[in-house]
Ligand binder design. Structure first.
Ligand code: TRP
Length: 376
């Protein structure tokens, strides 16, 4: 069986370099190298509302931004189904049935939820929708039979929760046919890409922390941001020995730099290890390293800017594509939902409209079904 790939992002802001190395880059790699069956990228507006319920316009406006970010970054809409979560109501219905299979305390133990609760000051007053988002994420993943979920490391607990839901569903309802595939996370190989630090060096790169370089930033902004990045506060003079650990510029080089960049932009060093050694010993200034990083990031972002211009000329087409895809994938999710309802014994329509013969067959087959059939 060929793989089915699904992933998504909350449309709460533009995508940044953390998203790029953590997940978007992998999606492009999969799109261009894997012989998959289907590939879905969901713009998770419903999930975004779980901590933005009073700011719908922000979420709504960011849907097109995120879609443009994807296409600019290299996602090919002819190979990938990009769709809008709230336009697939089946996902909400699947979520409802899954909610019975998960306890509140299980969700409260989810390490990502725990951290996010703190960040959002939800400890005292916790919206049910927010606590429940791992369950709704399981619905996203399972509705389409996903086998591979390219995500950042913070999403691993959601995949774990998804597997538990499969087990619990199968245990409770014993479906006659297999409904769900076991999903696997697809993480970036390099640790640094799984959690790219922000420009301030404190937290991971994120919109809310205001420490991000966005895929849509222009050259001048990128330069200013890189020049302001946190390095080693004790590396004051060029001749001072410098520290690599915790130095954001080197973290970014770890994530983005390849050997060929040295030849092109910094030929006096042969490799990143070589540069690091010299920096440690003293004699390499921050501005030089930052300029090097700037050129590498510009090499990545320049072709994205060209594609972005193209997207901006075709906004209507992108909206149409999102609407069409959402309708199409909604039908696919419905198939999963129907299978679930059959397994659960909620397939009333089938039972109601069954011919007399079929009803008799059901009755003979299983006494319990007599009661069911009669009750209707
Ligand atoms: N939780 C993901 C994020 O915050 C978005 C998301 C929603 C998702 N549903 C998903 C990711 C399903 C992977 C699979 O970025």
């Amino acid at each position: 069986m060929k793989d089915i790939i699904l992933t998504g992002d909350r449309p709460t802001g533009n995508l940044h370099l953390g998203h790029y190395v953590g997940s978007v880059k992998n999606r492009i790699k999969i799109q261009n190298t894997v012989d998959y069956d289907k590939f879905y990228i969901m713009i998770a507006d419903t999930q975004a509302l779980t901590d933005n319920h009073d700011n719908v316009s922000k979420v709504r406006n960011n849907i097109i931004q995120v879609a443009i970010d994807y296409i600019s970054a290299g996602i090919d809409p002819s190979k990938v189904n990009i769709f809008i979560q709230s336009m697939v109501p089946e996902l909400a219905e699947i979520t409802t049935y899954f909610m019975n299979l998960v306890t509140v305390s299980r969700l409260q133990r989810n390490p990502t939820i725990k951290e996010e609760l703190k960040q959002r000051n939800f400890e005292k007053s916790l919206p049910i929708g927010f606590l429940n988002y791992p369950v709704s994420q399981a619905a996203d993943i399972l509705a389409f039979g996903s086998t591979i979920v390219p995500v950042g490391e913070d999403q691993l607990p959601m995949i774990e929760q998804t597997r538990e839901i499969i087990n619990s569903f199968n245990y409770t309802y014993s479906p006659k046919e297999k409904i769900f595939n076991e999903p696997k996370a697809y993480l970036s190989e390099e640790k640094i890409c799984q959690r790219l630090p922000g420009l301030d060096g404190k937290l991971k790169m994120s919109k809310s922390a205001g420490n991000a370089i966005y895929l849509c930033d222009d050259s001048k902004t990128v330069k200013e941001k890189i020049m302001s990045a946190y390095t080693d506060p004790n590396h004051i003079k060029v001749s001072d020995p410098g520290q690599i650990e915790g130095n954001v510029v080197f973290s970014y080089l770890d994530a983005f730099c390849q050997d060929e960049h040295f030849e092109k932009y910094l030929p006096e060093f042969s490799s990143l290890d070589d540069l690091k050694n010299h920096y440690r010993m003293g004699g390499v200034g921050d501005v030089k390293v930052k300029n090097f990083l700037y050129q590498i990031i510009e090499e990545l972002l320049t072709p994205m800017r060209v594609r972005r211009e193209e997207c901006l000329r075709n906004i209507d087409k992108i909206y149409q594509m999102l609407f069409d895809n959402s309708k199409k994938v909604s039908k696919e999710a419905r198939k999963t939902l129907e299978k679930m309802k059959t397994a659960m014994g909620l397939n009333y329509k089938q039972i109601f409209t069954a011919s007399e013969d079929e009803k008799n067959y059901e009755i003979n087959k299983n006494k319990k079904n007599i009661i069911k059939a009669k009750t209707f």
